[in-house]
Write a protein that binds this ligand. Structure first.
Ligand SMILES: Nc1ncnc2c1ncn2[C@@H]1O[C@H](COP(=O)(O)OP(=O)(O)OP(=O)(O)O)[C@@H](O)[C@H]1O
Length: 371
């Protein structure tokens, strides 16, 4: 199998990705995606042409590969099917993180406040001095500030509490990297809460890899990525994109709006998987970021059929027409949740240079419900 994202002579784990498409659209030889080295990949395409499906194919392959741990951020509740038939894939129905995983500097921004604003400054200080939301509230209550400032800060913290996403015993990098794959179902979370979660998860995985090379290298898979690149999660995602490959953190971001991504998301991706795309601004954003070896206009190379994609492989500086394979696990939102222990809290959530490579260490099977 020819594997995209690495030289022909390289070996190691790979995702079974699909088949080459001949110019007439017919299928050819099998094609894979490299998992041996960290990558930054971007999956784009208009709604309904296969982005989430493609993300699922990558997650399936990565879940089975030794030495990597895919972590899927699932904003629409579409990926629970990955756990079907696999005891080692964990679906977290109500993901939480410790408040300390969000840097203190991020707390004002979480509520669109400036750190120099009196309320923003108080939140920053409370986050810096304490470790939990309860402690932050107590800090605010004890602060020598005007009543109105304390009240506003308290309201913001109570709102954050109502999201149900902060828990001192929440997910950390060690837990996330202990399963062969983890799906974080964010479909019950407000956008801001999901963004806070993604910031904490991305930063936690990056820091864990910088501190010490984990047994499994994380692959963070992000659906509806434009939502997360526009807000509190953006700094951590940009760090992963620009500096993640050296410590071993991979990012696969899927979006129907590549034009809404920061330019770094396009320029730092070494694999671009482009499904059908018709909006002028999105095609132009991609075209502006595509390399010179992509001869001809990108618009002319974009496929029209569901599941077909043009893959721009910056590692080998080559461009390929590919038909992404069918999923082996169910794709869609109607699958059972595994994390029964957290079903109640889920219901309560209000709506609103040198890169490390994977090693052949084998994949341990962890409990489905562990956190
Ligand atoms: N490679 C493929 N092989 C078979 N079926 C596919 C393939 N890609 C997509 N499909 C099917 O096409 C439909 C739309 O795919 P998908 O949900 O991935 O689209 P999408 O681009 O992510 O859309 P949305 O943005 O609405 O989530 C699904 O029913 C999916 O199973």
């Amino acid at each position: 199998m020819h594997v995209l994202g690495r030289d022909a002579s390289a070996t190691g784990p790979a995702v079974r990705f699909g088949t080459y498409r001949a110019a007439d659209g017919s299928d050819g030889a099998a094609v894979g995606l490299d998992l041996h080295r960290p990558h930054a990949a971007l999956v784009v395409g208009k709604r309904g042409y296969g982005k989430s499906h493609t993300l699922g194919v990558v997650a399936e392959g990565a879940a089975r590969a030794p030495g990597v741990a895919p972590i899927v951020v699932d904003p629409m509740g579409e990926f629970a099917g990955l756990a079907e038939g696999s005891a080692s894939v964990r679906v977290v129905a109500a993901p939480t993180v410790a408040a300390t995983l969000l840097p203190s500097t991020a707390w004002p921004a979480l509520f669109d406040l400036s750190p120099t604003d009196s309320v923003g400054a108080l939140l920053w200080e409370a986050a810096r001095e304490t470790a939990t939301l309860d402690e932050m509230l107590a800090h605010v209550d004890a602060a020598a500030v005007a009543d109105g400032v304390a009240r506003a800060a308290r309201n913001h913290l109570q709102l954050a509490d109502s999201w149900g996403v902060f828990d001192p015993d929440g997910l950390d990098a060690r837990t996330l990297l202990s399963a062969s794959a983890t799906v974080l179902d964010c479909s019950g979370l407000a956008d801001r809460a999901a963004a806070a979660l993604v910031r904490a998860v991305a930063a936690g995985l990056y820091d864990a890899c910088v501190d010490r090379r984990p047994e499994r290298l994380p692959w963070l898979l992000l659906d509806e990525a434009h939502v997360f690149f526009d807000g509190i999660a953006a700094p951590a995602l940009e760090t992963v994109l620009t500096r993640g490959r050296t410590p071993g953190v991979s990012l696969v971001a899927a979006t129907q709006r590549p034009g809404a991504l920061p330019s770094v998301a396009l320029s730092q991706s070494d694999l671009l998987i482009a499904h059908r795309l018709t909006a002028g601004t999105d095609v132009e954003a991609l075209a502006a970021a595509t390399p010179t070896y992509l001869s001809g206009r990108l618009r002319d190379r974009l496929p029209a059929e569901t599941g077909a994609a043009v893959v721009v492989d910056d590692v080998t500086e080559s461009v390929h027409g590919v038909q992404v394979r069918a999923r082996e696990t169910p794709h869609g939102g109607a699958d059972p949740r595994v994390d029964a222990a957290h079903d109640d809290s889920s219901m309560a959530v209000p709506q609103s240079g040198h890169s490390p490579s994977t090693t052949g260490t084998g994949v341990e099977h962890s409990g489905q419900n562990s956190r």
